[in-house]
Design a protein around this ligand. Sequence first.
Ligand code: OGA
Ligand code: MN
Length: 295
Amino acid sequence: MSISIRRIGPGFAAEMSGVDLRRGLTAAEVRTIEAAIDAHAVLVFPGQDITDEQQIAFSLSLGALEDTAGGNVTKPSERRLGAGMADVSNLDQDGKPLGRDDRRRMFNLGNQLWHSDSSFRATPAKYSILSGRVVATSGGNTEFADMRAAYDALDEATKAEVEALICEHSLIHSRGLLGFTELTPEERAMFRPVRQRLVRTHPATGRKSLYLSSHAGTIVGWPVPEARAFLRDLTEHATNPAFVYVHRWRPFDLVMWDNRQTMHRVRRFDANQVRDMRRTTIAGDGPTVAQDQAA
Ligand code: OGA
Ligand code: MN
């Protein structure tokens, strides 16, 4: 069966069928997927009942895995999944839903804020690959915003204003927005702010996009309140429904997105339901801007 592709979102996001991600892909299949993600920014692969090992093998065909160290607050003894897998489920190491006030759950609630994965790292993520093993039966949709369309829709004066701006991103900021502030000194050191350009140019397509994320806490050289007000305005603009694709999960959907040209968020769901979501992340090529040593 050959690969077929069909648009499912407003101007971006596509569903790809006719490919079995559980087996090794041919070089031609990998090229087809890369061309499709460059163009559509979000790809949905339905019916992929995949193991962690197969998900990692598929991911490695697209690039190196991101080093997940420092990205969450889970102690090694509390890990449910093996190396290379990011656990974005609501489950503890025994597969039970986390208690309502469990620290890991508090931390993961940050995924309900619009973000781009790992924008708090100096080299942020390229692709994220999320497998829905057990999906929520009500709520728990994942929404994606097309940051190219959002950029294109800015007026010329705003485009000129944002062109050279640099933001500082940190998990301390995004978690603080939800009132999660109990971080150890080690976590505070690990989550030190990094710098990111506000406008990125996609290396394959040359299209510009707004690089926003809930991790962005200020703009270098701006008063903090003015920066936050502006970033909020831009985020409100960028997440207008005209630029958003809502993914309603079916079991074994595998969704892949390009963090360089999209933002995403998960919507609320019943905390007592099992929602088993497992992510692999492809490392980015490098920082979007030189890092300030003193930052
Ligand atoms: C992620 C994430 C959304 C979800 O995996 O990066 O933000 O639907 N998850 O769980
Ligand atoms: Mn995410």
